[in-house]
Design a protein around this ligand. Sequence first.
Ligand code: PLP
Length: 418
Amino acid sequence: MLAKYGGTPVRTKAWVPTFISSEEFDEKEKEYLLNVLQKKRVFRFYSKGLDDSESVKLEKLYGERTNSRYALAVNAGTSALVSALVGAGIGPGDEVIVPGYTFIATAAAVLIARAVPVIVEIDDTLTMDPAAFEAAITPHTKAVIPVHMRGIPCQMDEIMRIARKYHLLVIEDVAQANGGSYKGTALGGIGDAGCFSFQQYKVVTSGEGGMMVTNNPSIHARASIYHDCAMRFWGVDNPGSVDSFPGENYRMSEIQAALGLAQSSRIDEVINKLRKAKRSIVEALRSIEGIQLQRVPDPEGDVSYKLAFYLPDNETASTFSELLVAEGIPNGTIHNNGFADRHIYANWDYILAKRGASGTDTPWTCSSYKGNVHYSKDMCPETLKLLGRAISISLHQNMTEEDCWDAVEAIRKVAGHM
Ligand SMILES: *Cc1c(COP(=O)(O)O)cnc(C)c1O
């Protein structure tokens, strides 16, 4: 009998921990952090020992991992996106295409760069639909931001082909997919720039932090200038020969960098464990009738911390989700999250309302903008339909075979009663 109606739940133990990143904290983090304190050097551009900077080490690591010539450490993933956009010369008058399913920061970054986000549909990969991307291109479009949501690589072949055809820049949002790859290439190293986040919810954390990688010297130079309003004065040769202009302060601290380094040193090990767990669950689920697994563009490159599958409709998904919770497997749908999920465009209040910090001049109303973008809560019906039918379960690097088996058995049990 189903647990919801008095039967014995498949699982009675707690499900996996919330965080992947901080669950790994150990001696290495302590050692790296203490080393920074002992050096008494927490500011990366402090002139004594510029080359002994933890931030520089972290940049080198991400440059190498993504096969990029340049990397810029910043204080958040949002800052990485804004720096990449400004670095790429995107600004007032420009449109940037983003998917309707991503953290609100992706679209907010476009607005902070003073450009206009254009929201498009996702498909059954729960990432940007390449056809929707192509259909949304206007004479004002300058760039596209594919977002590797929940660790799933986007359909980068199709997206790159369309972008090149229309001479658009591609800025990968890798905030949720650090360590993932697409057909053998590290995510972040495929487009013109890649942006990482090291916030605690991500695969690797530095408390707060981010990283932009690129092979384009001009994007790197301009992003460096934007990430520090005094960049020219630190005696670092980063900005090269590009003209300076006002920036913000998105600098990474040496404390963040040290934490990020310790965490990043074991990222592949963590992902291998995640992949092993997800593969074994997915294999077992293939034989279960009534559920449709999320399409993953390159399963080998999936970071693998989320398992998602679809039910035929919203109602069935809601019921399935509830029954699965009762069996001891917590899971999420857009119906039971209990809050307005800011990963779904329909909840991006200030964007749908075209509201800026200033009432008088926003990216939508400024005189440089000649386009006419429309937003509404139901503008991406496919996205809402797919998310409405989807159930997602969090996986963890410390899952045992028993944990994987419990998930499969609970899903099988519930599916058998639908
Ligand atoms: C977390 C996240 C960001 C922003 O990162 P912060 O470090 O929180 O600024 C951007 N895009 C996506 C898809 C994210 O999940």
